[in-house]
Design a binder for this molecule. Sequence first.
Ligand SMILES: Nc1ncnc2c1ncn2[C@@H]1O[C@H](COP(=O)(O)OP(=O)(O)OP(=O)(O)O)[C@@H](O)[C@H]1O
Ligand SMILES: [Mg+2]
Length: 252
Amino acid sequence: MIAHMLQARRELLRTLPTVIPSPMFVGGSGATLGLAVYKRGHPEVLEEALYAGEILGPAICPVVYSATGGGYFMEYLRPAPPSPTLLRAAEELLTEQVWCRPPIRNDGEDWRGLFRRRFAVAVPDWLETPPGLAHGDPTASNMLLNEKWELRIGDPVAPRSYLPMSPDLDRGKLLQSFLGWEAAVYGTHREPMLPPLFAEDLVVLRRAAFWCLVHSLRIMRRETRRAGGPRQQVARWCAMVARVCREVEVAA
Ligand SMILES: Nc1ncnc2c1ncn2[C@@H]1O[C@H](COP(=O)(O)OP(=O)(O)OP(=O)(O)O)[C@@H](O)[C@H]1O
Ligand SMILES: [Mg+2]
């Protein structure tokens, strides 16, 4: 009989939508109270709030409520659990909501000289940078789910003068997670992940691999400034990325 009841329950549950319980409290006056988090502590945090709240908007980023006291309040969201399709879901969201939008600054080719001076790396002749809006940091650890299980990507980075305004920067970040960034630095996201779909096009992959290599150079630069020196697993990850990205360049 118990088995029969369990079976009936299983069948019912299959027909019900899955909803994360909303962290909302309703007062007697009809007011609702929702959970929020406050982010502060790095110099560009207000610029980040503006970019998330005013430019990218709530279809991409957590809803920004207000910026005050050197930081900003945003809606409380849960981390998106690692899943094989996480990067593809992010790629779809970015394609539909961000990469298709025009850049907010017309930077032409000006970034190239600034880039060279900053990174001491020459921009390869073959590198084109299709213009478009970018999130700036769509790595797996920045992916969050709202209460409707919709994907949101936190921690955006506003455009920098030494980088082009191009979706390719984001493609490099998706590649960064695909190549195991979270596993190396946080020990998370060790499960296999499907590669983003753009990786099937070798021309696009080559551009993304260039930006992934640049991201790894920035990471390594930051890492060497750490008290106690670079962490071995991060240095190993950067070396692996440099090797793989150069292999992609040669293969393309
Ligand atoms: N809106 C949010 N609600 C709940 N948790 C959040 C929210 N935004 C971020 N977090 C959690 O806080 C962690 C750190 O946040 P965030 O990525 O903004 O900080 P950061 O220090 O700039 O990140 P990074 O490690 O990418 O440099 C995230 O990995 C996420 O788990
Ligand atoms: Mg983050």
